[in-house]
Design a protein around this ligand. Sequence first.
Ligand code: BGC
Length: 746
Amino acid sequence: MTMTSRILGIVFGLSALFAAAPISAQSNQKSPQPWMNPALSADERADLVLKEMTLDEKISLLHGTGMEGLSPMSPLSIHSNGGAGYVVGVRRLGIPDIQISDAAYGVRSSGENGRYSTALPANIAGAASWDPEAAYAYGGLIGRELRAQGYNMTLGGGVNIARELRNGRNFEYMGEDPILAGTMVGQLMKGVQAEHVIGDIKHYAVNDQESGRNAVNVHIDKRSMRETDLLAFEIGIRDAQPSAVMCSYNRVNGDFACENQYLLNDLLKKDWHFPGFVLSDWQGAHSTEKASKAGLDHEEPGEIFFGPEMKKAVESGKVSQAELNDHVHRILRSMFASGVVDDPPRRGVPDVLGGLAISQKIAESSIVLLKNDSAILPLDASKLRSIAVIGAHSDIGMISGGGSAQVDPMGGNAIMPPGKGQTHWQDEVWFPTSPLKSIRAKAPSTNVQYDSGADSAAAAALAKSADVAIVFAYTWESEGMDLDTLSLPHHQDDLIAAVAAANPHTIVVLETGCAVTMPWADRVSGIFEAWYAGSRGAQALANLMFGDVNPSAKLPVTFPKSDADLPHAIIVHPPPRSMSKDGDHEPWRAIAKGLPSFDTTYDEGLKVGYKYYDAEGKQPLFPFGYGLSYTTFAYSDLVFGSTNAKNGFAVTFKLSNSGTRPGAEVTEVYAGLPAGAGEPPKRLVGWSKIKLAPGESKEVTVPIDPLYISVFDVGKNAWQVLPGSYAISVGSSSRDLPLHGNIVLK
Ligand code: BGC
């Protein structure tokens, strides 16, 4: 907020300020207000409050209080906690304000607010752990840090499917498979909400590209939508019961998502029985009556449509009292259900060390080992005289994902002069977690030298003189832009090729938000995909590199061999392609509002990610579900239990650790649906991450949820398990499935 807007607030808004001064902790002492009785249900409590509310109080819950540059600021916004949104509560009735912060992989805007937040590994990394308990811990940390900063609502929970690998926000999402993504986001959101924070899942729906996100009209057939993007939401919402769902900027089959009757009322509220509230993405609301009727409950960040215009519409009968009350009821019941009324946030000093430990542990279980020729890894420090560490500012830090997900690093952007605490939209932000230092700490007697990689010849010369060369490479991704290509930028492919040519013992560490191509993959000995690894990325990476921790992560997206293997040659941009005078140098302009509507058609339909590569017979570079360990696992003895279509079935098999180290294996179960189902060759239907000591075996049972083997019947508007034979395969990746069996469902 600028000083001018603060002063305006003070001059023009004093009476309003007084009436609605911020509401902090409400005491739980005996209250004459019957809705303060926690023994009543959230719905009963909401109804009791609703009866007491004036029209103005109701309207005030239906919108935020503005945001500089996006929506006019209300004088009341001076009570904002500094997050992306602030909603004025109803003080006289004990209904607290809603203080909203972005918190995708940690709490946003700490620099601006003079606070501290832990950065977790990016959300896609969380998905790469394939560990629902890790996702829950991820959410719990975010919930605690939100509360310590005085927030009671999160904007995390991104679960758009990685249908388009060049989408600049894939790092904020959970990969390409709806069952994995939905399960992981559900656990994450459960973890946040367990801390008594209003949770949300976003961006509903099919917001699978950033380019022209405010103008794009996405065309996709209903069955494909239900079985891909919407299934991830369906599972996440079923599992976490989040208080809120954020509708997205784009149009879906004609209507904006935030005024889309099918998405909001018909599906979310009616078919899925979602009891919470729908809030618009920031300036994603486009109307008053149409949006209200379609099921939008709350506008952010301001009150262009759901403030005075809504009041007029109610007074003139264009929006009915019942409709208004339903919006308000949903917001109130979510406040009671999430616990923010009974247990409001208390500011405090976060458990910084505890948070860092969680972040590191999740990084250790989410960094994927993609290649390990001749067992070059783990490195044995006692045998290495010299190591060359090259590129990607690896002397100083590791990159993070940008946009509204951005978490501010401790001490500011690591590549800037010290003290630059704030980050700015579309800055590349580096965390002060230095791979060079972590490697030196693991190998104190080894000569570890650094080269920036700016000059490939110099880097290659250093690599040549070393026993092992470790090259770091990155792709920065952010909200507000997509990538033109999956190739590494800044000539990093050339750098890696030059280093690999100089030293056969080359290991590449990738810091990327999603898949990248690797034309040099055959020429290096080791590859790690570290994603955006968070506040303790370097320590986690060094533990994996030197074998203190055994890698156990698997890819939640397919890595194709080249851009030419993607389902779409390009991402369709708004016309004209470049919004800036000087070419494409300001990609964020492509998300500007007011661009003419344009169409994109997701005609690959059901064939998202590995399903596309399976169906098209294309060989990926690294398949979905793939990741190596320092030990080996053997699969045997597949059997099926309790087979019936209604209750699903169970898949049981034996897993043995056939190597010499303790390790964890993500065991994956895929199903090929009956012939004639019109489905891609197979889909993930379950998994389990199992820890085993060397030589140990375990019987593993993976229950298969009937929803996960269903197809969506558009005519009946229902999920159906088709009768017939299901080809079940089990193994360690979507392309390495040693166990096969058929199961017939009637
Ligand atoms: C993003 C949302 C975010 C909101 C508030 C929008 O631009 O799409 O994900 O929560 O801003 O910062």
